[in-house]
Write a protein of this length. Structure first.
Length: 396
């Protein structure tokens, strides 16, 4: 394999974040090739797999697309790249090895950039130019916080409030990225950061245990199921222990969870006796509570006042955000607030996208991204939390 960039066509319009659960993609297409009203070429089956990850931002320089795929179905991602001609040489005949002239270099981050490097070369003639995962997460978060004045917001008790971030007083902060697992990063500047903690109990835990406990086939299905569940059927509350009373001496209300899934040990019931939606709700609350608590304790450890949460675990889900917010508020005694990001799941992919500027590939990609997100560009998609301007639904 020839890794020499001088012999490779570099694509400054496509970047990937290949995680253990999801592949996140950001790419820029020219408006010469697609009108502002055109749709990305996606089959009905692919649309179902991409779910709410299909989004576009139209700018004067082109169209910025945000997509996600399940990593377990990486063939869908490869087919999308090929069918949309994101490879400059187009489709290669089956089993044909691309020549050095055919090869294309794209930025990629996440563990999958290493795991699937050979697959991208064999199938598409693409060389994955690997960018450090933590570098990309921080670069993506910093760029977004500087570019978009409606990027960060709080959510608690059903109330969403956007925050104006002072760019001159943005650092330091704690970035909590919730993917399959959780990384907690102390950010002190554009390229000054340290991963200070993390936990293996994250999105992969929710999906994995949820799959075992319910018949759900996807993360989104499990999340939707949790929305109609009642965790109090399974969780042991303080009131269950104290006869319906608060434990006011130490500030615990009767509705505080004393033990997640705790009622299951005191009831003569089998797994099939519990409703899947109640188990999903309890599981989501257990994981969200713990992430919120661990995040605040790390912020306290380093004297950090700001905590930003990102990653596709959240997905703009109100119950998830509210649970994290309540945990941070409880443990900080109201002194700290959880803050969420509209582009939460694309931090790594966006960071990889902006990293092209370090290779001298034309106009600064970081500047281009800031320009795109700051100018009130027309955006289309399904999920408002991921885009900076007005969003219109795409039919499927």
């Amino acid at each position: 394999m020839d890794e020499n960039p001088t012999k490779t066509n570099q694509s400054a319009h496509l970047a990937l974040d290949i995680g253990g659960t999801l592949i996140k993609m950001v790419y820029l297409s020219s408006d010469d090739n697609c009108s502002p009203d055109s749709q990305v070429k996606v089959s009905q089956e692919e649309s179902n797999e991409i779910s709410d990850g299909l989004m576009k931002c139209h700018t004067g320089k082109g169209t910025l697309h945000f997509l996600k795929f399940e990593t377990s179905k990486i063939d869908d991602c490869l087919e999308f790249i090929s069918s949309n001609q994101l490879c400059s040489h187009g489709d290669l005949p089956d089993k044909k090895q691309p020549s050095a002239h055919d090869r294309k270099l794209i930025k990629a981050t996440g563990g999958g950039a290493f795991k699937f490097a050979d697959l991208f070369m064999e199938r598409l003639g693409i060389t994955l130019d690997k960018v450090d995962e933590m570098d990309c997460l921080v670069a993506g978060a910093n760029s977004l916080l500087k570019a978009n004045n409606q990027e960060a917001f709080t959510y608690m008790n059903g109330h969403k409030e956007y925050l104006q971030i002072d760019h001159n007083d943005m650092y330091p902060y704690l970035l909590v990225n919730i993917g399959s697992g959780v990384s907690m990063i102390k950010v002190e500047g554009d390229e000054k950061f340290e991963r200070v903690s993390g936990t293996s109990v994250g999105g992969g835990t929710f999906w994995g245990l949820g799959k075992l406990l319910t018949n759900c086939k996807s993360f989104d299905e499990l999340l939707k199921l949790s929305h109609v569940g009642n965790n109090r059927v399974i969780d042991m509350l303080v009131g269950d222990i104290y006869g319906g009373l608060d434990y006011s001496k130490i500030g615990l209300s009767s509705t505080t969870i004393a033990s997640s899934f705790g009622k299951a040990i005191s009831e003569n019931k089998e797994l099939e006796d519990y409703k899947p939606e109640d188990m999903a709700r309890s599981l989501l609350r257990m994981i969200s509570n713990n992430i919120g608590q661990i995040s605040y304790l790390n912020a306290l450890r380093f004297g950090l006042k700001r905590i930003f949460f990102g990653g596709f675990f959240i997905r703009g889900h109100e119950f998830t955000m509210d649970t994290i917010s309540v945990a941070v508020d409880f443990w900080s005694k109201g002194e700290a607030k959880a803050m969420f990001l509209r582009h939460e799941g694309f931090l790594g992919a966006l960071g990889a996208y902006t990293s092209y500027q370090k290779e001298g590939s034309g106009e600064s990609m970081s500047h281009q991204l800031v320009e795109q997100l700051s100018n009130g560009v027309q955006c289309t998609g399904e999920n408002q939390r991921l885009l900076p301007a007005e969003i219109k639904s795409q039919g499927k």
